[in-house]
Design a protein around this ligand. Structure first.
Ligand code: ADP
Ligand code: MG
Length: 237
C-alpha cells in the first residue's frame, strides 16, 4: 500500500500513514462540547501534550491509530477524550447491552487507573464506565456488567472469563483500545488479546498505544488495524 511519510525532526515526531490528519495544538480546537472542555479545565491542564496534539484528532476522525510514546506522555487521555463523542454519537441503546468502548490494559493497577481517569470525563455525560480484573469475585463483576455500561476497562484474562460466562456481549464495541500493548505481550497476553480482538466486529475503530514498537507489536498491528496512522514521539526504538 502507498504510504506518505512525514518527518518532524525538530520535535522528534514521526508520522506514517495515508491521508494524514492534521494535529490540533489547543483544547479549544478539538471540537469538543462544553462538558468535556470543562472537565479538561478542571484537571488544570494548560495545553495538550505532544501525543495528544497528534493522536486526538486522528482518533476523532475515526481512523485506526498506532501511538508510540514513552510513559508519562499523556496517552490515557488521548484515547479517553475521543471515546466520549464516539459514544454520544451512538443511537440510544437499552440498558444491559454491552460496552461501546473497550479499553484493554495489562494489569489490574493500570485498568483501575484508566477507570478512574475515564470516570472524570464520562460521568458528566452519564456515560457508564465499568472496570473488571482478576482478584475480584466474578459474581460481583457479572452483576455489574449485566447492569450495562458504555465503557468497559478490562484486563485480557478477566474479559475472556466474562465473555465465557455470558456476562457481557461484544457486539456493540466499535471503539477498541489496546493500552500498553508492548507490556501485554511481554506478560504473555498475546493469545488472549488476539482472541478478544477476534470477537469484536471488523468495522470497529482500533487504537493501539505502546511505549515501544517491537516486531511482535508491529505484526499484531498489521493483523488488527486498517490503514492506521502511526505516530511515534521521541526515541522509542
Ligand atoms: P502515559 O499513559 O503516556 O504513561 P498518562 O496518560 O498516565 O501517561 O499521563 C501522565 C500524567 O500526565 C498524568 O498524571 C496525567 O494526569 C498528566 N497529563 C495528561 N495530559 C496532560 C496535559 N495535557 N497537561 C498536563 N498534564 C497532563
Ligand atoms: Mg499509559
Amino acid at each position: 500500500t502507498e504510504r506518505v511519510f512525514e518527518l518532524r525532526k525538530d520535535l522528534d515526531i514521526r508520522i506514517n500513514g495515508k491521508d494524514l490528519v492534521n494535529p490540533v495544538t489547543s483544547f479549544g480546537h478539538y471540537g469538543f462540547d462544553n462538558l468535556l472542555i470543562q472537565s479538561i479545565q478542571k484537571q488544570g491542564y494548560e495545553s495538550p501534550t505532544s501525543i495528544q496534539k497528534q493522536a486526538v484528532p486522528i482518533a476523532l476522525s475515526g481512523r485506526d491509530l498506532i501511538a508510540i510514546a514513552k510513559t508519562g506522555s499523556g496517552k490515557t487521555a488521548s484515547f479517553i477524550w475521543p471515546a466520549i463523542p464516539h459514544i454520544m454519537d451512538q443511537p440510544y441503546l437499552e440498558k444491559g447491552d454491552g460496552p461501546i468502548a473497550l479499553f484493554v490494559a495489562p494489569t489490574r493497577e493500570l485498568a483501575h487507573q484508566i477507570y478512574l481517569e475515564t470516570q472524570k470525563f464520562a460521568k458528566p455525560y452519564k456515560i457508564r464506565t465499568s472496570v473488571i480484573y482478576g482478584g475480584v469475585t466474578k459474581l460481583l463483576q457479572c452483576r455489574e456488567l449485566k447492569a450495562g455500561c458504555e465503557i468497559l476497562v478490562t484486563t485480557p484474562g478477566r474479559l475472556i472469563d466474562m465473555i465465557k460466562l455470558k456476562a457481557t456481549k461484544m457486539n456493540r464495541v466499535t471503539y477498541l483500545v489496546l493500552d500498553e500493548a508492548d507490556r501485554m505481550f511481554d506478560m504473555g497476553f498475546g493469545p488472549q488479546v488476539q482472541s478478544i480482538v477476534g470477537q469484536i466486529r471488523p468495522d470497529r475503530q482500533t487504537l493501539l498505544f505502546s511505549a515501544t514498537f517491537p516486531p511482535n507489536i508491529e505484526e499484531l498491528a498489521r493483523n488488527i488495524l486498517i490503514d492506521p496512522i502511526r505516530i511515534s514521539i521521541g526515541n522509542t526504538g
